[in-house]
Design a protein around this ligand. Structure first.
Ligand code: GLN
Length: 547
């Protein structure tokens, strides 16, 4: 029997439900259970693919091409499993399915309502994660032992109600012993009175109960751990045993969270509720956290982006850089450099860097700043990693400044450019609909035998996730073939350029893919690992030359 854990949040948003779920997933996996996770988001967008990163943070792309919530990135990094698009649903996608079924006559003339039709669809979505996907060979599918479902938003929101109703009903359907409700709440510290306060938790639990859900475990988010007295108070007021009130004080580093929660008995309590056995073997995770404490090197990496006011827009990029850092015992300091206004673009700041990443993005704004940054990196032997739009900016830069193709651009930014070195992919030319229509998900690339990327990946064929509509224009391949610029990885049919590099540069590598989506703390993405290594050696070379 599959066990189901539901994570809800109260009092305020952004408390870290995603990380709590991801950490719990890690702990249960370390006890030998097979885990899968999902996020149900109450907003109306069908998926986050069309949402502005300024507002919603990064769009995380799954292997099968789902454009999903960034929490799925946390899940994958913590439980070290590839999830699929089935792991994210929204009010929008749930309603779309129900409305489509209604149009097909599935409900046989019945009035279609939130209860039972929407709630049934939500439950179907939760059940589906425990079942073989319709598309794949069902023999290959092994069902999970535990499905962890995070409900986005906050208890008390209007749009969360159908989700709470669905998870309430769910317990009756699968049996009490198979469901555990975890509620994450804020315990604020009020400085003038010098006290931590439980009232917001009480209110939030009252709200949850008014929807028929009594939490089994309460996780307290606070700046400092809550005292035993507070724990007892919450236990009494909210009707949960004291040991089920778990501390989750601010952590120095997100990868510590599983260990902190484990120390407070979170996984033991959840396992007791669900009748799950096993002891946590967390040696690898302890080692990882130990490493994060013993970083002897330090590098300063510039991220040249336009969404820098909300750093969550580059969440996976930052995590991948940190992963590369951990494995080199190197702390990565991020310098956020806005690519917005080319006139104000501060070249001086670039000379303070040990390396730069030019991340992905959409739309014209910021592109000229990215091109300038790419030029600086190329001319100064500064390690530079271009991701998707970053690679496109590097291509434009090289075309303009080395190949003399003045005005070279991407047709995304200048449809009339004389030199469209980046152009809309053939397969995208008839696409008019937004949302789920880009080239999405994992695709293979074949690497050039003598290239830097081949050396980095140590494999002829690699697979990375994608999310783009434009590509290196193959009509310009010959022009770029100058003995230095190398199209070092291509799609297996040889048509699409997936990697570029410069033979003369220690690390000036661009990829049409997003390797940041597959990096894990214990297994950094090869391009990021090699990038950090390159920044460390460039830094020491520079120091030697100054000395
Ligand atoms: N806007 C570019 C494209 O669609 C790059 C996309 C990205 O960086 N993810 O090809």
């Amino acid at each position: 029997m599959i066990k189901y854990i539901f994570i809800t949040g109260g009092v305020a948003s952004s408390l870290g439900k995603g990380l709590t779920g991801a950490a719990l997933g890690r702990l249960l996996k370390s006890r030998g259970h097979k885990i899968t996770m999902q996020k149900l988001d109450p907003y109306i967008n069908v998926d986050p693919g069309t949402m502005n990163p300024f507002e919603h943070g990064e769009v995380f792309v799954t292997e099968d091409g789902g454009e999903t919530d960034l929490d799925l990135g946390h899940y994958e990094r913590f439980i070290d499993e590839n999830l699929t698009k089935r792991s994210n649903a929204t009010t929008g996608s749930i309603y779309s399915n129900v409305i489509e079924a209604e149009r097909q006559g599935t409900f046989l003339g019945k009035t279609v309502q939130v209860i039972p039709h929407i709630t049934d669809e939500i439950k179907r979505h939760i059940f589906a994660l425990g079942q073989a996907p319709e598309t794949s060979d069902s023999k290959k599918f092994t069902p999970p032992d535990v499905v962890i479902t995070e409900i986005g938003g906050t208890v008390g929101d209007i749009e969360i109600l159908p989700f709470l109703e669905a998870i309430r009903q769910f317990r009756l359907e699968v049996g009490r012993e198979n469901v555990c409700y975890v509620h994450l709440t804020l315990v604020p510290y009020i400085a003038p009175s010098g006290e931590q306060k439980t009232k917001p938790t009480q209110h939030s639990v009252t709200e949850l109960r008014s929807r028929g859900i009594q939490p089994d475990v309460i996780v307290c988010r606070s700046t400092e751990p809550v005292s035993d007295g507070i724990r007892e108070k919450i236990s009494r007021q909210c009707d949960v045993p004291t040991e089920n009130v778990i501390n989750m004080a601010d952590a120095k580093n997100i990868y510590e969270i599983p260990l902190l929660l484990h120390k407070d008995g979170f996984d033991s309590v959840v396992c007791k509720i669900l009748g799950l056995s096993g002891t946590a073997s967390l040696e690898e995770w302890y080692e990882l956290c130990q490493t994060t404490e013993e970083l002897t090197e330090k590098v300063k990496i510039g991220v040249i982006g336009k969404y820098i006011d909300l750093v969550d827009a580059y969440l996976s990029v930052v995590e991948s850089l940190r992963h590369g850092g951990f494995h080199n015992r190197c702390a990565v300091e991020i310098e956020w450099i806005s690519s917005d206004d080319p006139k104000d673009f501060d070249i001086n700041r670039l000379s303070q860097l040990d390396g730069m990443v030019i991340p992905g993005g959409f739309g014209e704004r910021g592109i000229e700043g990215k091109v300038l940054a790419a030029k600086f990196a190329r001319e100064n032997n500064l390690p530079c990693l271009g991701l998707c739009l970053g690679m496109q900016a590097m291509t434009i830069e090289y075309a303009r400044n080395v190949l003399g193709l003045s005005g070279a651009n991407s047709t995304e930014f200048d449809s009339k450019t004389e030199h469209p070195v980046i152009d809309l992919m053939e397969t995208q030319k008839d696409v008019t609909q937004k949302g789920g229509t880009m080239r999405l998900g994992a695709y293979e690339a074949k690497l050039d035998r003598k290239s830097q990327v081949r050396e980095i990946y140590r494999s002829d064929i690699v697979e990375e996730r994608h999310r783009h509509r434009y590509e290196f224009n193959p009509k310009y391949s010959k022009k770029f073939d100058d003995g230095n610029f190398v199209c070092s990885g291509k799609s297996p049919d040889g048509k699409l350029v997936e990697f570029i590099e410069l033979a003369s540069h220690p690390y000036w590598i661009g990829t049409q893919a997003h390797p940041e989506f597959t990096s894990r703390p214990n297994r950094p993405a090869p391009l990021f690992l090699a990038f950090i290594e390159a920044t460390i050696s460039q830094k020491s070379l520079f120091q030697k030359s100054v000395a």
